[in-house]
Design a protein around this ligand. Structure first.
Ligand code: ADP
Length: 363
């Protein structure tokens, strides 16, 4: 039963690098929280401060009501899983799993029972006598996971654990980790630069950039209601479509005049705050908020030339360009058109979000 609280946590490295610039959030007991952001945004530094592997420069870290800033890593009862597995190469799978228990002086019988149970859960029973180099990447990562689980830690910390695996294995390991989490409900913090991992695994997601939090929310909140243009662009694949333009207010009705000379009528409800007439803005729409139309000349439509088509079976992605920016539209099933065709697209402006053209904040 562990809740983790970060209160204005900061980290400056000796070289003056301000890696984490005052970060505050809470991880609820049993929650699976994902820290996501581009390389260098400070995710690992935050995780390592929570683990006790990195000194905290300023701010407070609590496990429940206990301030743990100065608690040594071994006293934090944390299970950590790294990208590079960090297994002992000369030890068998059995002894890698048993290692944390041996250090804690657990009896031989108890060790055997626990190793066998964990091996069963992680489908490692038939590999217990092998050395790590005789295992596939996925199996190695399962051993690392088992080693972190075996002492029943209060908190799991994952640092990009799936980055070394191929795409298919990453998908199945994602499911495996989440299934185990649903069963054990150990508080977990998971670091990744991969937005798909963040979206599919997190109960909540913390989006970071340059050592600062950009947004905290459930995957759905982050996807549907990004608070700034960075979050909008970082989350979602294919990426959100950005239409740059200008707000114009006529007779009480709002329009966005796009640089491509299209004019889109916008319901006032679509804005988070009432925007000023003449404000430069970016209108952002997910690929599924664009629709292929048969007839021309109805409102909020654009005419574009297809630059690429991806057929994924259950859906197709159509790519096109306006204003030198690649955009995309998601369609169910397959598509009759071909690359080079000109098509008519309706923009569902009710699903658009808008950002201030200057500072990128939501309007
Ligand atoms: P991420 O995990 O998001 O890729 P990191 O937390 O590893 O980011 O790094 C955040 C920033 O701190 C980066 O600019 C990185 O270069 C810097 N940094 C990380 N570790 C050190 C270190 N030991 N000494 C100096 N700077 C570091």
């Amino acid at each position: 039963m562990t809740k983790i609280i970060l209160d204005n946590l900061k980290k400056s490295y000796d070289n003056g690098q301000e890696a984490v610039k005052g970060v505050s959030f809470e991880v609820n007991d049993g929650e699976f929280l994902v820290l996501v952001g581009p390389s260098g945004c400070g995710k690992s530094t935050i995780l390592r401060m929570i683990a006790g592997l990195e000194d905290i420069s300023d701010g407070s870290l609590y496990f429940n009501e206990n301030k743990v800033n100065d608690l040594s890593p071994k006293d934090r009862n944390i299970g950590m899983v790294f990208q590079n597995y960090a297994l002992y190469p000369h030890l068998s799978v059995y002894n890698n799993l048993a290692f944390p228990l041996k250090i804690s002086k657990v009896s031989k019988d108890e060790i055997e029972e626990k190793v066998n149970t964990i091996a069963e859960i992680l489908n490692l029973t038939e590999y217990l006598n092998r050395k790590p180099k005789q295992l596939s990447g996925g199996q190695r990562q399962r051993v690392a996971l088992g080693r972190a689980m075996i002492r029943k830690p209060d908190v799991f910390l994952f640092d990009e654990p799936l980055s070394n695996l191929d795409a298919k294995l990453r998908g199945s390991m994602r499911t495996e980790i989440i299934t185990i989490h649903r069963e054990y409900r150990t508080t977990a913090i998971y670091v990744t630069h991969d937005q798909t991992e963040a979206m599919t695994m997190g109960d909540r997601i913390v989006v970071l950039k340059d050592g600062e939090i950009q947004q905290i929310g459930t995957p759905q909140e982050i996807y549907e209601s990004p608070q700034n243009i960075f979050v909008a662009g970082f989350i979602g694949a294919p990426p959100i479509n950005l239409f740059e333009g200008r707000i114009s207010l006529e007779n009480g009705d709002f329009f966005v005049e796009n640089n491509t000379a299209n004019i889109f009528e916008i319901d006032l409800k679509s804005f988070a705050i009432t925007p000023a007439n003449g404000l430069n803005c970016t209108m952002a729409l997910r690929p599924e908020a664009l629709h292929l139309m048969q007839e021309n000349n109805t409102e909020n439509q654009i005419r574009v030339k297809i630059t690429n088509i991806e057929i994924l079976g259950h859906e197709s992605i159509i790519y096109f360009e306006t204003n030198n920016l690649t955009k995309s539209m998601r369609l169910n099933g397959s598509i009759l058109n071909e690359i080079g065709d000109t098509i008519q697209i309706k923009i569902d402006t009710n699903k658009a979000v808008f950002f201030d053209g200057l500072n990128g904040y939501r309007i």
